[in-house]
Design a binder for this molecule. Sequence first.
Ligand code: TLP
Length: 343
Amino acid sequence: MHFIDFRSDTVTKPTEEMRRAMFTAEVGDDVYGEDPTINRLEALAAKMLGKEDALFVTSGTQGNQVAILTHCRPGDEVILEAESHIFFYEAGAASALAGVQTRPIRGHKGAMDPSDVKKAIRSDDIHHPYSGLICLENTHNKAGGKVIPIETMKAIYEIAKEKEIPVHLDGARLFNAAVALGVPVTEFTQYVDTVQVCLSKGLSAPVGSVLAGSKSFIKEARKWRKRLGGGLRQAGVLAAPGIIALEKMVDRLAEDHANARQLAEGLAAVPGLHVDVAGVETNIVLCDIKGTGLSNKEFLTRLKEAGILAVPFDEGVIRFVTHREVTSDMVQTAIERIRQLVR
Ligand code: TLP
């Protein structure tokens, strides 16, 4: 069966053009700094993200963890949003690898209130850990692809600078945020020291993320990536589709956002389902199924039987993500099938 796959934008396969670019990519040993395609990707990413330098990493998780390892020392405290990916979905890596403790702050639609961040910053007291890093996430996955307002990022950055604490942005879907607001990504990245952006989500590259920051930060991050076994050799075959992702796949994210809106409106009209349609800002739709009387498991089983895939998110909440391989027609088909299956 050919599924309509809403599980994640990570399922997107490389385009024909990406596969051809992989085949013909000029390569060298990147641990020696000799892979011309990797070097081109890193220079392009740094420029687009408005930072001095960038580093290709194997995944969003590796990018975030290398950032934490580079910014912090064991025993430091990392301030982050309570449902952020780093806190929720990275298998405890920040404590397991960097030896930091996390300080989760409950946000509103994924955005921490700057005054809460300020209150969480530790004072100079022998009992306290050092506040080593503040992490933001934009768009915010658990909040349903919400765009964290630029003004919020600016306010947090100003507080952080006053206290000399670095700010890292998990920008796995930062280009979705930029496209949603119709602004360049640098509008966001000007208010962070470092940023991780995924090439392998809506941008459709098969593998990888980029981590960007100052020259000195990236030099140190490169060593942490090596320690984690992330020093790749002829990695140009992976960088080649990444370049296409950055150069050609950003603008089309608007289609994914339109399809998400269409899906949200369609599902909201199905009895028993609840969707905050106005809250759908990018490519993620959270659908509350409690009114159907079905459990997540029962609902997902019926979906699968109807040829549709999605993931459980919270008790009674299912996440649908739109991406390049889900067309508007497929969204319409999915809405009709879902209407049948909850009856
Ligand atoms: N998110 C995945 C799952 O891990 C939940 C998904 O399907 O959404 N930051 C954010 C905000 C993310 O959403 C993700 C992936 C990552 C980081 C990690 O990226 P990868 O999967 O490349 O390690």
